[in-house]
Design a protein around this ligand. Structure first.
Ligand code: NAD
Length: 484
């Protein structure tokens, strides 16, 4: 490991902890297939140590004022920004995403979350309700020990998006990163300690799904926030339900992007490229069903293909590269399987479709045209660089088709007609929508899904509701009346 890499598998009670009795998990650099580190899955002793540390530290952390808690988070944001390059290189090694992306979208968005929620910390409170001479006040209290479980596409951002609101509210957290990308969260834990976080408030343990499951089942845990797929969401939600625990579920999507015939075509193509090929398509909110009005379909397709051909595919550590490998060969094989299905079900392959013959888990950015609503590639989440163009003629019809999915994470509309844009967005069932842009997720704005795409919201003031609860206190000023 290099100096910039974490020095052990877990981070508990303010320090790195190793326990080689756990199953080894290789950390593979997706651009070469080389093993760059090994972490060890948490044993029951490690899981217990993390929860014990979190439980012990939480009360002291919650007893600090919001201003004091916020100061720690804001210092951590500053440290992250100072070390952005090192953290971005680590994120690129962990995920394979181009450095061109990780420099601006990963640690930096994590820092935004720490800064934003750090700023909110001092403003959190309840309300006072006068009831004649009596009165009620409410106290906003932390939930206690929260568990965060991450996916592999934005490891550092996901850790920060969960830790920042949780810690702001006075909770402690045990975070389990994805087994495929275990490194970034450890650096966050290290930086939080440097910023003054009391030991034990934020802990990281490694492992596969079984470690996540053990954490959720533990009676000391009050809440779980998962970023992952719908099948995992079902299991985690059910396990949390058994203990009546709070949940946030950030799950998958199959989001529509609707391009009307009056749209600025180049902007719409930019939106489609960002919403399908950024991070090699491994983004939950991607607009993978691009509905294009038939009147502009040919022009849209020819420019889309022309522009996609200019993608710079290569070494992700070279800042000129803007399209990197998939996170793993398994993920690449799954995506190639979807492409084969698309072809066999009659979609027209316009570009790409193949694995790229070089080391690492590269594949071509892929564009399908003539995709219809019933095709597998229009129904299932692919989580790879596969863009499907579907034709439409009529506004009401395209709204119905866009909504005809079990998912409801995101949606986008491109049009220069302001009233059309708002009319259509109002009818789309999705948690996060864009008009004339796609996939922008600033920390100020709540983010999350409807239907199978999830429960709860991350970011914005909305996230506070999901990491705290209200205690109601009735204060009587007169005698207590009783029937007898
Ligand atoms: P995944 O569901 O396979 O794994 C997610 C996490 O859950 C991992 O850390 C995994 O170890 C853990 N896990 C698995 N089984 C578990 C269990 N039974 N109990 C507890 N934890 C368990 O997802 P992935 O492949 O890592 O990520 C891709 C998926 O994540 C896609 O579906 C994508 O849409 C979704 N995602 C959603 C968002 C969002 O904000 N909505 C963001 C990124 C990714």
């Amino acid at each position: 490991m290099t100096n910039a890499q974490p020095s052990a598998s877990h981070f508990i009670n303010g320090q790195y902890v190793e326990d080689t009795a756990g199953t080894p998990i290789p950390v593979i650099y997706p651009a070469t297939g080389e093993t760059i580190a090994t972490v060890y899955s948490a044993t029951p002793a490690i899981i217990d140590a993390a929860l014990t540390a979190a439980e012990a530290a939480q009360a002291q952390w919650a007893a600090m004022t919001g201003t004091e808690r916020g100061r720690v988070l804001r210092r951590a944001a500053d440290i992250i920004r100072d070390r952005n390059r090192d953290l971005s290189v680590l994120e690129t090694m962990d995920t394979g995403k181009p450095l061109q992306e990780t420099l601006i979208a990963d640690a930096t968005s994590g820092a935004d979350a720490l800064e934003y929620f750090g700023g909110l910390a001092a403003t959190l409170g309840g309300e006072h309700l006068q009831l004649g001479d009596d009165f009620v006040y409410t106290v906003r209290e932390p939930l206690g020990v929260c568990v965060g479980i991450g996916a592999w596409n934005y490891p550092t951002q996901i850790a920060c998006w969960k830790a920042a609101p949780a810690l702001t509210c006075g909770n402690a957290m045990v975070f389990k990163p994805s087994e495929q990308t275990p490194l970034g969260a450890l650096k966050l834990a290290e930086i939080l300690i440097e910023a003054g976080l009391p030991a034990g408030v934020f802990n990281v343990v490694q492992g596969l799904g079984n470690v996540g499951a053990s954490l959720i089942e533990d009676a000391r845990v009050a809440k779980v926030s998962l970023t992952g797929s719908v099948p995992t969401g079902r299991k985690v939600y059910a396990a949390a339900a058994a203990g009546i625990k709070h949940v946030t579920m950030e799950l998958g999507g199959k989001s529509p992007m609707i391009v009307f015939d009056d749209a600025n075509i180049e902007d719409a193509i930019s939106g489609a490229i960002n919403g399908n090929f950024y991070s090699s398509g491994q983004i939950c909110s991607n607009g993978t069903r691009v509905f294009v009005h038939r009147a502009i379909k040919d022009k849209f397709l020819s420019r889309l293909v022309e522009r996609t051909k200019t993608a710079v595919i290569g070494d992700p550590l070279d800042e000129a590269t803007n399209f990197g490998p998939m996170v793993s060969d398994t993920q690449r094989q799954q995506v190639l399987g979807f492409i084969a299905k698309g072809q066999s079900e009659g979609a027209r392959l316009m570009l790409g479709g193949q694995a790229i013959e070089r080391d690492g888990f590269y594949m071509e950015p892929t564009v399908f045209a003539d995709v219809t609503d019933d095709m597998t590639i229009a129904r299932d989440e692919i989580f790879g660089p596969v863009l499907s163009v579907l034709d439409f003629d009529d506004e009401d019809d395209v709204i119905a088709r866009a909504n005809d999915t079990g998912f409801g994470l995101a949606a986008g509309v491109y049009t220069n007609d302001l009233t059309c844009a708002h009319r259509v967005i109002r009818q789309l069932r999705a948690g996060t929508c864009w008009i004339n842009t796609y996939n922008l997720t600033p920390v100020e704005a709540p983010f999350g899904g409807t239907k199978l795409s999830g429960v709860g919201r991350e970011n914005g003031k909305a996230a506070i509701e999901h990491y705290s609860e209200l205690k109601t206190v009735y204060v009587a000023t007169g005698p207590t009346e009783a029937a007898f």
